[in-house]
Structures are given as structure tokens and as C-alpha cells.
Ligand binder design. Structure first.
Ligand code: PMP
Length: 353
């Protein structure tokens, strides 16, 4: 017998590339092209290096309280973690323990099946319709839990809150997780429903709309009961998930509401402009409410465009997976970045077609 027989073998999630080359146009991992709130820079300059000697507050109360004031939700209904990936992984571990399969869309955030495999959770991928929309009735069958992003990724499609509520209503016997990583780009959050449904968990992140992917801050809203279960799992894992810098800079980000709204507004208006430009070049795409567009060209294969763009130092995301291997996921950058991107595409297609 070899020691390798007793090893947990997993196929890990593959994140988008983080190229080590300078001066590229990086539209491949849905980061924000603008800097985080200026208050963070001030805090960074004043940050007590000496404080690193001490463990951080295990309850992360400064950050939880700042989120509580910002969203007007009681601190006992808020959980924080190291990016929403950490929050989601902890939620899978805590809430999905049935023998019945958990349900999620076939085209969605590709970390869900990785966690399900890791924790040995049975799961069923529910096909989106031909327009990449969720058919809510598909989620009315018996299950061990439900999770979907809203807006969905990588399609960018937002599902109306009334439909989200319908799914929650029909699933009183399992936990429903709504992954709202991209909610700040025009969608309406399900956070308003947590008092109505004690089995609802709404997960959000500082990585996209708050331009803090490098800091790793995620959070969730849910009933006191649900959050307590999540805390118990977290404290059985690692007491000090949020480090001192995350706590301090996370709070600073929440202080500047105007900057946050302006940043989201800029991304939304660039997105709408890029939709028109892409349409003019013949691309088709679901009507994104996120900070990316999931587009295909009817004549030119996505992988060809992906490679051509990469050669120009323009990185987008390509998924070699069923139903979506003809699409590119293009993160919305600054107007200038998107101009360079569009100019290249225009020239390339003109020469190619
Ligand atoms: N959910 C979805 C749908 C995402 O696309 C991402 C980004 N990869 C995440 C969660 C995780 O983001 P983070 O861990 O940076 O908060």
C-alpha cells in the first residue's frame, strides 16, 4: 500500500491568469480598473507596523460593524471571510450536508463543483435555457441546497428579485445561497429578504466593485441562526481569518460612499458603450448587468480571438467548456483600455473577414 492511496485528490479551480508582464491590458479576471477608495491610501500610510505583532480581532468586529452601518443590517446577521471564495467554501461545508444533491446552473461560477467535489457533496447541474437564463421551476424539485450567482457568471445575466424570491419560497427545507459578487453593477440585492427567509444566505465581495481583489474580503448576510452556524464552522477551522490590514482597509473603503458609487457608475457606462461597439462588430451577448460582457462572434472562433488579443497584450478569459467554448468573457476596463481593445478587434475582423 502506498501513502498516496490515502490522499484526498482534487482537481482544483483554475483562476484566470495573472501574467507577470508589464503594460498589458488585463480584462480577464473581473478586477476593477480604478484604484480603491483614496481613504485606504491614507490608512496605509498611517498603518501601525508594530500592530502586526498581535493577532487580529477574531470577531472582525470593526469590519462587521462598518458593514452593519453601511447596509443597515444587524452585526449578528453578517459574516466576513477571506474573499467571497472563503465565505462560499465555508457555506458549502456548513450548509450542504444532505444526501440529496445540491442544485446549481450548468453554466456558472466554476468553483461550485470544485467545492462540491472537495467536500463530497452530491450535486446536480441544472441547464440554463438557450438564452442562458435560469428556469426557476427547475429549482423546485427536492434538493440538498441551492446556489446560483446573481448576476450569473460568466453570462452576466441578472435575474429579477421576484424570481429569486420564488426559488427561495419553494425551498424552505434547504439553504439557498445567492452569490452576489457582481450585484453592484446594476442588480438588486436579495439582502432585503434575509428577515423573511431564515434559510437565505446572500454573499458579496470587495473584490470587484470596491477594487480590492488584492485584499481578499468577502461577506455574507443571513438570519442570526444561519450566521451563527457559519461562525461555528469558521471557528473550527481558523480563528483569525481576517488580518489586520483587511479589517482596517475594508472599513476605510466603506467610508467613502460617493467614490464607490462613482466607480460603479463609470464601469456601468463604459459597459453600455462597449455593448454598442461590440454589437456594431457583429458580436452577440447576453445583456450583462455585471462588470464583464460574455460575447461571441458568429464567424470567428473565440479561441482565435483570444489568442490574437493575447499576442497584443490584451488578456480576456476563454473557457474551453461545453456550451460556452465559443464565447469570450471580457472584463470592463477603463474607457481608454476598451478603446484599444475595440480598435484591435475592429482591425482584426476587417482583415480577417
Ligand atoms: N463568485 C463569483 C460568481 C465570482 O465570479 C467570483 C470571482 N472569481 C467570486 C465569487 C469570488 O470572488 P472573491 O473571492 O474575490 O470575493
Amino acid at each position: 500500500m502506498s501513502w498516496e492511496e490515502n490522499i484526498k485528490k482534487v482537481i482544483p479551480y483554475t483562476p484566470g491568469e495573472q501574467p507577470k508582464i508589464e503594460n498589458i491590458i488585463k480584462l480577464n479576471t473581473n478586477e476593477c480598473p480604478y484604484p480603491p477608495a483614496p481613504e485606504i491610501k491614507e490608512k496605509l500610510e498611517k498603518f501601525s507596523y508594530e500592530s502586526l505583532r498581535l493577532y487580529p480581532d477574531p470577531s472582525a468586529s470593526v469590519l462587521v460593524n462598518a458593514l452593519s452601518s453601511y447596509y443597515n443590517i444587524a452585526p449578528e446577521k453578517i459574516f466576513v471571510g477571506v474573499g467571497s471564495d472563503d465565505v462560499l467554501a465555508m457555506a458549502f461545508l456548513t450548509f450542504f450536508n444532505s444526501n440529496k444533491p445540491i442544485l446549481f446552473p450548468d453554466i456558472t461560477y466554476s468553483f461550485y463543483d470544485v467545492w462540491a467535489e472537495l467536500f463530497k457533496i452530491p450535486y446536480k447541474k441544472v441547464p440554463l435555457n438557450d438564452d442562458f437564463e435560469i428556469t426557476i421551476e427547475d429549482y423546485f424539485e427536492e434538493n440538498g441546497g441551492v446556489i446560483f450567482p446573481n448576476p450569473n457568471a460568466p453570462t452576466g445575466l441578472f435575474m429579477d428579485l421576484s424570481m429569486v424570491e420564488e426559488i427561495i419560497k419553494k425551498n424552505k427545507d434547504s439553504v439557498v445561497i445567492v452569490d452576489e459578487a457582481y450585484i453592484d453593477f446594476g442588480g438588486i440585492s436579495a439582502a432585503s429578504l434575509i428577515d423573511k427567509y431564515d434559510n437565505l444566505l446572500v454573499v458579496q465581495t470587495f473584490s470587484k466593485s470596491r477594487a480590492m481583489a488584492g485584499m481578499r474580503i468577502g461577506y455574507a448576510f443571513g438570519s442570526k441562526k444561519l450566521i451563527k452556524y457559519l461562525q461555528d464552522a469558521k471557528f473550527s477551522f481558523n480563528s483569525y481569518t481576517m488580518n489586520r490590514t483587511s479589517l482596517e482597509f475594508g472599513v476605510a473603503s466603506l467610508e467613502n460612499v460617493v467614490y464607490f458609487q462613482e466607480t460603479c457608475g463609470k464601469i456601468i457606462s463604459t459597459r453600455e458603450r462597449v455593448k454598442k461597439d461590440l454589437k456594431n462588430l457583429g458580436f452577440t451577448f447576453p445583456d450583462s448587468m455585471s462588470n464583464f460582457i460574455f460575447a461571441r462572434h458568429p464567424e470567428v472562433p473565440a479561441v482565435e480571438l483570444f489568442d490574437a488579443l493575447k499576442k497584443q497584450g490584451i488578456f480576456v478569459r476563454y473557457f474551453n467548456a461545453p456550451r460556452i467554448d465559443d464565447y469570450l468573457r471580457i472584463t470592463i476596463g477603463t474607457d481608454k483600455q476598451m478603446d484599444i481593445f475595440m480598435d484591435f478587434l475592429k482591425k482584426y475582423l476587417q482583415e480577417r473577414l
